[in-house]
Design a protein around this ligand. Sequence first.
Ligand SMILES: N[C@@H](CCC(=O)N[C@@H](CS)C(=O)NCC(=O)O)C(=O)O
Length: 224
Amino acid sequence: MTLTLYTYDWLPEFPRGFVRDIRVRWILEELGRDYQVKTVPTQPKSDAHRAMQPFAQVPVIQDDGMTLFESGAIMMHLAEGTALLPEARKAEVAQWVFAALNTIEVAGSHWINLVLAERMPEVFGPVPAPAVIAHAREGLATRLAALENVVSKKEWLAGEFSVGDLAMIDVLRVLDAEGMLTECPELGAFVRRGTGRPAFKRAMADHMAHWTAADEARAVASPA
Ligand SMILES: N[C@@H](CCC(=O)N[C@@H](CS)C(=O)NCC(=O)O)C(=O)O
């Protein structure tokens, strides 16, 4: 049965390109797997959405009769038995998926949420004190410097390109877009190695096409 990926029915411009369905699209493209996209309403969240994802977030997939949420669990499930999660280095690759989501993304999201609160207090506020943002930035920068050191010594994190690289690069992309990698040239190059892959480019094109189609559907539903 065709795999189904759920994402939102519409989102404003600013998170486009970074909504976490992109990492699922990317791994599906790497694996050459067919999939269809279905949507859940952004607002208000639906009971049907909560029945699949208790926190009413995306992404969610349905694969072979199973419904799965949490992008990390989804990536590990899809990578299982493929070259993206080689049996001989499974624990090592899993370690990098966890490092991506639990060490870098946690620190990155904390800092970005503070930056967004400063930039769009009406949505993400209240406005944090500058010292609070600086402290979060410093904590993130320390972790990025450590990762820069790792990446300076190898092309990919655990042997060949793996789900660990895919997770880490997707987490780093938003930090790159926010200027956090300017002092980490190795990490910048690592991100470009990943996003230069044809599978990433296809995934990103489809991701962005989804939002364009969502804008068009909205314009038809509520003409100006
Ligand atoms: N840990 C979750 C985080 C999912 C997440 O934060 N999704 C965002 C979109 S990228 C979302 O749905 N945010 C809306 C919300 O939290 O209500 C995962 O990796 O799947």
